[in-house]
Ligand binder design. Structure first.
Ligand SMILES: Nc1ncnc2c1ncn2[C@@H]1O[C@H](COP(=O)(O)OP(=O)(O)O)[C@@H](O)[C@H]1O
Ligand SMILES: [Mg+2]
Length: 251
């Protein structure tokens, strides 16, 4: 995505009265209703809420994998409804990194090839691809497994590779849907540590998580219920909570 004109103060993501209705057989499911949400560049937002409340639907729309049925989505000030299919695909490839709960690596490709794929789609020259892939895999501690296939890795290792794939293209926005949901706490913590580092380096992150320890890492948590935003944690209160944690308060 071209960002040269973007204003640091204006939101990177802006949802205005956004809704999504799924029509199946005779059932209408209102997955999202009248969502108002604004995410600033560099912000780390977590999304929480019970199963079925619309979290995945919201990330899919944010990631241009799906379209809303109502309302407006402005990405870097630009209504995404105006984009052509080719422009959407380009933004997905260049500006957005995805991390899923189930890793979603391609089983027929090696670790190296999985991470290289988004760069190959971009038409990046081989030598540059190699450098980037190597750097990303080192970053997540998986450079010693380049020739392995996903099935030969543990869940934690697969998710680290998925993080490398999401960040290899240096996306503006990282979207993560319960990235620690299938991991034990040690591997979950390692993945969260990486997310935190990426955030510290300026990435804008939107992450669905059920784990309050992990949402506490975010700048703010948006609570969804039945497709609606019901609450946003007060950033000052979270900052206070963080201080308490730092000072060793466990009560
Ligand atoms: N492709 C689809 N077709 C029909 N209904 C769907 C589809 N995707 C999601 N839904 C429905 O939309 C609601 C929100 O789903 P989802 O966004 O997956 O929730 P969450 O990720 O919070 O568990 C649910 O009621 C779900 O059944
Ligand atoms: Mg979901």
């Amino acid at each position: 995505m071209e960002t040269r004109d973007s204003n640091q103060d204006s939101p990177l993501i802006q949802l205005n009265g956004l809704s999504k209705v799924f029509y199946t057989e005779e059932v209408e499911t209102h997955a999202l209703s009248d969502i108002q949400l604004s995410i600033a560049p560099g912000e780390f937002v977590s999304i929480a809420g019970p199963s079925g409340c619309g979290k995945t639907t919201m990330l899919s729309i944010l990631g241009l994998l799906d379209s809303p049925t109502g309302g407006e989505y402005l990405l870097d000030g630009e209504p995404v409804a105006n984009l052509t299919a080719a422009q959407r695909a380009k933004i997905r490839n260049q500006a957005i990194g995805f991390i899923f709960q189930a890793f979603n690596l391609i089983g027929d490709l090696t670790v190296y090839e999985n991470v290289e794929l988004p760069l190959t789609y971009r038409g990046m020259p081989g030598s540059e691809r190699k450098e980037r892939v190597q750097e990303s895999l080192e970053r997540v501690g998986m450079a010693h497994r380049v020739r392995h296939y996903p099935s030969q890795l543990s869940g934690g290792q697969q998710q680290r590779v998925a993080v490398a794939r999401a960040m290899v293209g240096k996306p503006l926005i990282l979207l993560a849907d319960e990235p620690t949901g299938n991991l034990d706490s040690k591997n979950g913590n390692a993945v969260m540590e990486l997310m935190k580092e990426l955030h510290d380096e300026g990435a804008t992150i939107c992450m669905v998580t059920h784990d309050p320890r992990y949402s506490a890492v975010a700048d703010r948590t948006v609570h969804l219920f039945d497709g609606q935003v019901v609450d946003e944690t007060d950033p000052e209160r979270s900052a206070h909570a963080e201080d308490l944690v730092k000072s060793g308060f466990e009560g």
